[in-house]
Structures are given as C-alpha cells and as structure tokens.
Design a protein around this ligand. Structure first.
Ligand SMILES: Cc1cc2nc3c(=O)[nH]c(=O)nc-3n(C[C@H](O)[C@H](O)[C@H](O)COP(=O)(O)OP(=O)(O)OC[C@H]3O[C@@H](n4cnc5c(N)ncnc54)[C@H](O)[C@@H]3O)c2cc1C
Length: 400
C-alpha cells in the first residue's frame, strides 16, 4: 500500500477490516475484473466472498446480525473495492442505502423482518427513484400508489435501477397524494420483495424487470427498468408505516449514498494513479523512462494531489455524519470533488499510457469508461453545486 489516501485516527477494528478487504480486492477482484467487465458478467464468486466477509451487513446494527460499523468504515471499504472494480462497489451500494433507510426510518416489524437477512446478504436491496422522464427533478415523479383497503396499488415505470434484476428487495418511490399541498409530502417509499431475475416476476403479479440496460461501462452489475402494472403492496410495506415521508427518506438514503459515490471516485482515481505511475516507470522514449520527463512527473504530481484531496474530503464528510451532524454540504462537496477529480486522474493515467491506453488489454481502458458514471449517479455535478450553494447561503446569510 502506498503513501497516498491514508486515514488518521482509525480504530484497530477499522484497520483490520480494511486490511482484510484490501487483501480480498488484490487477490479476488483485480485479477478477474477486466475480463468479467468485458464480458459484462455478474461477479457471482466475488459476491459470495463478500457475503462471507460480512460486507453486506457492515453497517447494519449488531442486534440484527450486522457488524454495526460506521459510515466512515463503510466508505473506506467502498474505496478499496472500487479500486479493484467499481461495479462491485455498485452491488453493495444500493443494498447499503436500503438497509440504512430501513434502519433509520422503518417500523420495528420492518427492521426485524428485513435487516437480519440483509446483513447475511440473503436479501439484497435496490432503490428506485428515477423514471424515464426524470432523475434530478424527483418532485416530478409520476409512478402512482393508490390506497385500496389494506393495500396500495402501484402503477408506473421506473428507470436506472442498479441491481434491479439481482436484488430481492426494492425500495420504490411513488406519488401517493395523501400528504398535503407540497409535492414533497405526497411521496411514499414502498418496500417490495421480489424474486431475483428478469421478465415478469413470479412472486409479484404485475411487476416486470424488462432486462439489462446496455451501458458504456459499469458493466457486470445489472442496471434495469422496472414496470409496475397494478402491483398490490400491503400497507405495512410503506417504509415507516406512514405515507408521505418517502421523499425525505430517499434524500436521507441518497445523502449517505453521496459519501459512498465520493469513496468510489477516490478508489477509481487511486487505481488510475497506481497504473499511471507504474507504466511511467516502464515505458521509455527518447532514451529515458517517461517518468523522467518533467511533463509526466507534473502529471503524476497533479494526479496524486487530487487523489489525496478527494480522499481527505470524503473522510471528513463521512465523519460529520458519524458524529451526528448534518453533512449535506460536505457530502455534496465530497461527491462533486471526488467524481470530477476521478475523471481527471483517469484521463491523465490514460494519456500516460499513450496508445496502449486505448487497448482493451490495459486496465486503464476500463477505468476510462467507468469514471463518467460517477459524474451522474446519486445526483449530477450541477445538483451537488445547487445543494452546496444553497447551504452556503444559509450559513453565510447577511442581514437585509
Ligand atoms: C449507471 C446508472 C445507474 C443508476 N442507478 C440508479 C439507481 O439505482 N436508482 C435510481 O433511482 N437512479 C439511478 N440512476 C439515475 C441517476 O440518479 C440519474 O441519471 C441522475 O440523477 C440524473 O438524472 P437524469 O439522467 O434524468 O438527468 P436530468 O435530470 O434530465 O439532467 C440532465 C442534465 O441537466 C442538468 N440539470 C438538471 N436539472 C438542473 C438544474 N436545476 N440546474 C442545472 N442543471 C440541471 C443535469 O445536471 C444534467 O447535466 C442511475 C443512473 C445511471 C447512469
């Protein structure tokens, strides 16, 4: 492990967890990642290994069979996993968000029902806000839930579900029109248990996962649509038991998800730096290693500075949340900075590779197709800047 992206003040348990995960990534993920990614193959063996390490229950409280670790531990684990292969971090991320939402907002019955099996990785979560017509503007959702006795009947179409096919529990945001005048109070999160797989779902009549969306990168993990046609969900599967709280629950989930996307950016950037600095010491031009050309050294210096800055900001955002403080400002900044820096570091590592960076034989080609997803998922750069800007005006408001 190099000098970059160290974290001060970790407990022995955190250091042990990270050492175990780093070892797993080096032995079980990096050697197979590029081949699986090129084949767009789901990493079943890696997921099994992560189950055995207890990673699906990392942040779930011990009383429900998890490890009860903090957001910081989780983010550092994600950073390590993304360094190996970003898609694998995507497999745990939506699961983590849904577990967080149930733990923070669920009824006791929902916690008892879902969390122990989520901790074991037996139930795996996906979350679904986006629709074909919207991503950033959540208030515009049109998928509707209408109360019918002890059930809600859901109709609509959802888009871009990470783990949409492989998950067995989806947290779906719908419009329910039971809250009041504000659109934000008329949204409800439903917890839908389903079978893994594609096509019409055998255990949930009316629910269809049409198939995998073909993507430029972030392959291996499935990203899907979700079609709901008169899907009947029991009222006790409204997250928290009360309708109208869905928007706030989802935003809470996305907020911890943002630290997580920042962590992914840190991991991918670190790997790109490692690949770039290694290649620069192998390739010679004009009679010397390219690492000895000052222009390449400057690139490496810029890349390392970005890797370090993004890591420290991500750690700060996670620690704020773990300390019980509001962290929307820091999470927005961390997600914005880490994803932009990641794209830039990957681009520089690609350039250092010259023509070979364009070859599928080199890992940097995969990273080059993965980095852009981080600019979009969990809120685009523009949305992060809107959140950060609004918070700054709250903090620095001057008297009229
Ligand atoms: C691979 C992948 C996986 C995903 N996984 C999930 C998932 O698991 N669950 C889920 O719910 N969603 C998921 N998403 C969806 C993702 O969250 C959205 O794509 C994202 O929020 C952007 O929404 P959009 O694509 O509709 O873009 P739009 O909202 O249509 O935005 C288009 C452009 O306009 C800009 N823009 C929008 N509004 C403003 C504004 N007010 N001011 C300035 N600029 C603005 C945006 O920044 C962007 O550049 C995933 C997306 C991808 C690509």
């Amino acid at each position: 492990m190099g000098r970059l992206a160290q974290t001060d003040g970790l407990t022995e348990i955190q250091r042990d967890i990270l050492a175990t995960v780093r070892d797993f990534v080096d032995k079980e993920i990096i050697p197979v990642a590029t081949e699986l990614e090129h084949k767009d193959e789901y990493p079943t063996a890696i997921v099994e290994g992560m189950k055995q390490l207890g990673l699906f229950g990392l942040t779930i409280p011990e009383e429900y069979g998890g490890l009860g670790e903090s957001l910081l531990t989780y983010a550092l684990v994600v950073e390590e996993i993304a360094r190996g292969w970003m898609s694998v971090s995507g497999i745990v991320n939506t699961h983590f968000i849904v577990a967080h939402m149930i733990n923070a907002h669920g009824t006791q019955e929902q916690k008892d029902h879902f969390l122990p099996r989520m901790a074991a990785g037996e139930i795996r979560g996906a979350f679904s806000m986006s629709e074909p017509g919207l991503g950033s503007d959540v208030s515009a959702i049109s998928t509707k839930g209408v109360k019918d006795g002890e059930f809600y009947v859901l109709n609509g179409q959802k888009m871009w579900l990470t783990n949409g096919g492989t998950s067995t529990l989806v947290a779906v945001l719908c419009k329910t029109d039971e809250g009041g005048s504000s659109p934000y109070k008329n949204m409800t999160t439903f917890l839908i248990e389903k079978e893994a797989g594609f096509g019409p779902n055998p255990s949930v009549p009316g629910l269809t996962v049409p198939g995998k969306i073909e993507k430029m990168g972030y392959k291996g993990v499935d990203t899907t649509e979700l079609v709901l046609q008169d899907v009947r969900v029991p009222a006790n599967r409204v997250l928290g038991g009360v309708p109208g709280r869905g928007f706030y629950q989802m935003m809470d989930g996305v907020e911890v998800g943002r630290v997580n996307v920042a962590a992914r950016g840190c991991g991918v950037a670190r790997r790109a730096f490692e690949l770039g600095i290694a290649y620069a010491q192998q390739r010679s031009t004009f009679g010397k290693k390219i690492a000895e050309h000052q222009a390449i050294q400057f690139k490496l210096a810029e890349m390392a500075t970005k890797v370090e800055a993004a890591h420290q900001m991500m750690v700060m955002a996670a620690r704020k949340k773990d300390g019980g403080e509001r962290n929307d400002l820091e999470a927005g900044m961390a997600k914005y900075l880490a994803s932009e820096y990641c794209k830039e570091v990957v681009e520089d590592a690609f350039r250092i590779h010259g023509g070979y960076g364009f070859s599928k034989e080199y890992e940097i080609e995969r990273l080059y197709r993965e980095a852009p997803m981080l600019l979009i998922g969990e809120g685009t750069a523009e949305i992060q800047k809107m959140i950060v800007g609004r918070r700054l005006l709250e903090e620095y408001r001057i008297a009229d």
